[in-house]
Design a protein around this ligand. Structure first.
Ligand SMILES: Nc1ncnc2c1ncn2[C@@H]1O[C@H](COP(=O)(O)OP(=O)(O)OP(=O)(O)O)[C@@H](O)[C@H]1O
Ligand SMILES: [Mg+2]
Length: 567
């Protein structure tokens, strides 16, 4: 420690110096107060041990002078005195001294007191450091406090202002000195002016009552009539016992935030509305597109069917005429042939008769020659065989014309051009005639197994139903790679007619099942499929209030199940 001794008695001064130096302190010594004061000012003295009574400047005066300095560090002062009256000691402490040592001093006591002093000086230094840190952080806090755009004011429990930041001062137009200690709110009788609105006063009262922070939003019109928003927060500051001793009021003008928020809200609303509109428009568009596709599919199919129907009807008509006269000629031909046969029989009988009763005078040689020639031709052409076979041939031809007639009828049944009305229909017959129409496509690839149940007559658009069956048959045969089977079964079930058509074709992958009734969905190569067959089938069945389902397994085959209500 840096210790300054002030003692006019040389013996005592030297002793003090010796004892303290021995303890490791750096010691400066002065023989009077004036000298000591000079040394004090020139050095960093941590402790002064001074005699009270000295010439020039005594110890107490020296002490007072030291205390009058606004020193950074603390100096510990011990007064050496022979005075030991109570009032003397009071005087010592009043002068600012920290301790005293009675004269003549005891070196042990001196050391002990110096040690205590050293400890106190150390504590003082620590205290000063802490105080500096505190001041520094308080200053920083104040800078922050003052730079906030929120108005902040602290009031005591009597609602008197204890502190306020720059924003608050700016808004009230008063200086710090003008508001400190003044009532924050106007008196109820209006005798004093206030610095905060009544609404804040109300909030502060609520904090006092509830002991909890309170918030509120103030809306008001400014002097230009513009609507403004102020957020008001009031927070309690409590002591250790939980008693409120201060309130902190934080006010913030949030008009800009509010305007922004409202703008964002309005924008969001507009965006939502626009997106809703777009959604509705999209849905409409999607619906229109679907309708368009359906219509397109229907038109295409109708056109196709109309031309198929017309073609079929034309072909049927053209075939009908020649078939008609072929078949009627064949009948006439058969009748003629019967007649001719009858005649030939008579001729043959005549020839036999002539030969059996041959008399040289009766038959001339020329007749005999003719008879021989006739026998020769008969043998040559095998007349017996011809007479047997020609009838068979005519019968075969007649069978052929019958078959032509049937296929023409089937064709007519299958496609009645322009006939689109409900008809009492035998569905089994419809399937059968459709099968005949597509038979040429089927016969090389599929064995067809039929299991027709007894069906009631159903009122339906028979031509359209035939179209459904045809589309399913064609798909089935297209799905069969080499050879397979197509199985048809029908039955009456619970007021409906059920038709099942199965094939042993390639099957339909799961992901395609839901798409096969969509218009234009096809897995077939360009030119082979338009993707309309199943869509048309679906629409036709729907028109009959019926259902069409599909079950399929890849590699095994596919089954279509159609149900049509009888009524
Ligand atoms: N029996 C079946 N077996 C396997 N796949 C089938 C069968 N029936 C339909 N499909 C699948 O459903 C798709 C749609 O059939 P749809 O009959 O509607 O059109 P398409 O046969 O491709 O063309 P088209 O318009 O010429 O009939 C087919 O491309 C095929 O992938
Ligand atoms: Mg098809």
């Amino acid at each position: 420690m840096e210790i300054l001794i002030a003692e006019d008695n040389v013996v005592s001064r030297n002793l003090l110096q010796k004892v303290l130096t021995k303890q490791g302190h750096r010691v400066l010594a002065a023989e009077n107060g004036i000298k000591a004061w000079e040394l004090f000012q020139q050095n960093d003295i941590e402790m002064v041990i001074t005699d009270w009574i000295m010439p020039g400047m005594d110890g107490l005066a020296l002490c007072k002078k030291i205390r009058s300095l606004a020193n950074e560090s603390y100096t510990y002062v011990i007064i050496l005195t022979a005075k030991d009256q109570k009032e003397d000691l009071v005087e010592v402490f009043n002068a600012g001294a920290d301790d005293y040592i009675a004269k003549p001093f005891d070196p042990h006591e001196l050391n002990a007191r110096v040690k205590t002093g050293a400890r106190i000086v150390e504590l003082e230094i620590q205290h000063k450091d802490i105080a500096n840190i505190l001041i520094e952080s308080r200053n920083k806090l104040k800078i922050v406090f003052d730079s906030l755009e929120e108005e902040i004011v602290a009031i005591d429990d009597k609602f008197r202002i204890v502190s306020a930041n720059n924003a608050f001062l700016r808004n009230t137009g008063a200086t710090f000195q003008e508001i400190i200690g003044k009532p924050c709110f106007q008196d109820e009788n209006g005798s004093s002016t206030g610095f905060c609105d009544k609404k804040v006063n109300f909030l502060a009262k609520r904090v006092i009552e509830s002991g909890t922070p309170q918030h509120s939003l103030d809306t008001y019109s400014d002097k230009h009539g513009e609507k403004r928003y102020k957020r008001m927060n009031c927070l309690p500051v409590k002591d250790e016992a939980g008693k409120i001793f201060q309130l902190v009021i934080v006010l913030k003008d949030i008009t800009d935030d509010k305007i922004r928020e409202e703008k964002i809200k309005a924008l969001n609303k507009r965006m939502q509305e626009t997106s809703d509109e777009i959604k509705v428009k999209n849905e409409k568009l999607e619906y229109t597109l679907k309708q368009l596709k359906d219509t397109q599919a229907q038109i295409l199919q109708a056109e196709k069917m109309a031309s198929v129907g017309q073609l079929a009807a034309g072909v049927a008509h053209e075939i009908n005429n020649p078939t008609g006269f072929i078949s009627s000629n064949l009948k006439t031909l058969a009748d003629y042939l019967n007649d001719i046969n009858r005649l030939i029989k008579q001729y043959r009988m005549l020839i036999t008769e002539l030969k059996d009763n041959n008399a040289e005078d009766k038959i001339t040689s020329s007749i005999e020659k003719l008879l021989d020639q006739i026998s020769g031709i008969e043998k040559e052409i095998d007349l017996d065989f011809i007479m047997d076979d020609v009838m068979d041939l005519i019968n075969d031809c007649r069978e052929g014309t019958k078959r032509i007639k049937k296929i023409v009828l089937d064709l007519k049944d299958f496609a009645h051009p322009g006939e689109d009305k409900l008809q009492a229909t035998d569905i089994n017959k419809g399937i059968e005639s459709t099968l005949n129409v597509v038979w040429n496509e089927l016969k090389y690839k599929a064995t067809v197994t039929k299991d027709y149940g007894k069906l009631p007559i159903v009122k339906c658009y028979s031509q359209q139903l035939n179209q459904v069956f045809m589309n399913i048959f064609v798909n089935a045969v297209q799905a069969i790679e080499k050879r397979g089977e197509i199985r048809i079964s029908t039955r009456a079930d619970n007021g409906s007619v059920e038709v099942r058509i199965s094939d042993t074709g390639v099957g339909i992958p799961k992901e395609n099942i839901s798409k096969i009734f969509d218009p234009f969905f096809t897995t077939k190569e360009v030119g082979k499929g338009t993707g309309l067959g199943m869509n048309i089938a679906h629409n036709i069945i729907k028109k009959h209030n019926g259902t069409i389902n599909v079950e399929s397994e890849v590699g095994k085959g596919t089954t279509f199940r159609i149900r049509i209500p009888v009524n």
